[in-house]
Write a protein that binds this ligand. Structure first.
Ligand SMILES: [Zn+2]
Ligand SMILES: [Zn+2]
Length: 231
């Protein structure tokens, strides 16, 4: 993505440092790009998890509410580092470079969307962090795609427990009813892309998609920077 004059000026004052390894020179360096671990193929056409059959057994048992979900790479190496910097290091500047990785993955799928939004944090968590890392990724992606970005289209109405250590069914149960659509724009018949930083089972994105489908969205795609495999 070509930088805007303001971004170019900012680069002069705050020289870029790589989101993956913190080395100076670029927001995402060639070495980190080479060290990215792709999601092993083949994957389930629906949830994007590595699977010999498609749909995978999990999706066959209970179809997620999203149309399909994909991730740029596994939650390992430089991508893992980048997510941590983005989440805890207040490195929103790196989000632009990381959104380019999302853009490449999105374009490879050949999917289309009319609206982009992000997985919301609970307002309490967003206040304490100061920003939503998924929004930081989604906004420049939407700009690059030329599609409107709708901030806070989804609202997180329940403060959900940490999902670490939970299985697929428990995660799904944990997320049920956690999101509602804010009603700020009519999404009837629209195809929506939801962006998140890390996807594991996809239960969070499925709960978001369920809320969007209930509000009239025709299709919902999920795109995450990283895929964390369960177990
Ligand atoms: Zn690097
Ligand atoms: Zn699946």
């Amino acid at each position: 993505m070509r930088s805007t004059p303001i971004e170019h000026a900012l680069d002069l004052f705050y020289p870029p440092r790589c989101a993956g390894c913190d080395s100076p020179g670029a927001w995402w360096c060639d070495r980190c790009q080479a060290l990215c671990v792709p999601v092993p193929q083949p994957v389930c056409a629906v949830c994007g998890q590595p699977s010999a059959i498609s749909p995978c057994l999990i999706c066959l048992e209970q179809r997620p509410s999203f149309t399909a979900l994909r991730a740029v790479a596994l939650f390992e190496g430089p991508v893992r580092e980048a997510v941590h910097r983005l989440k805890y290091g207040n490195r929103t500047a790196t989000a632009g470079a990381l959104s380019e990785l999302l853009l490449q993955t999105w374009l490879l799928q050949g999917w289309h969307a009319q609206l982009v939004t992000s997985v919301p944090l609970h307002p309490r968590r967003e206040r304490s962090r100061g920003y939503n890392q998924a929004t930081a990724l989604a906004r420049p992606l939407a700009r690059a795609l030329g599609i409107p970005f709708r901030d806070h289209l989804l609202l997180r109405v329940r403060f959900t427990a940490d999902q670490i250590g939970l299985g697929v069914a428990e995660r799904r149960h944990n997320m049920t009813g956690a999101f509602v659509v804010s009603g700020q724009c009519d999404i009837t018949g629209k195809t929506v892309l939801i962006v998140d930083d890390v996807a594991t089972t996809g239960s969070t994105l499925s709960a978001c998609a369920a809320a969007l489908r209930n509000a009239g969205a025709s299709k919902v795609y999920g795109l995450a920077l990283a895929r964390q495999t369960v177990g």
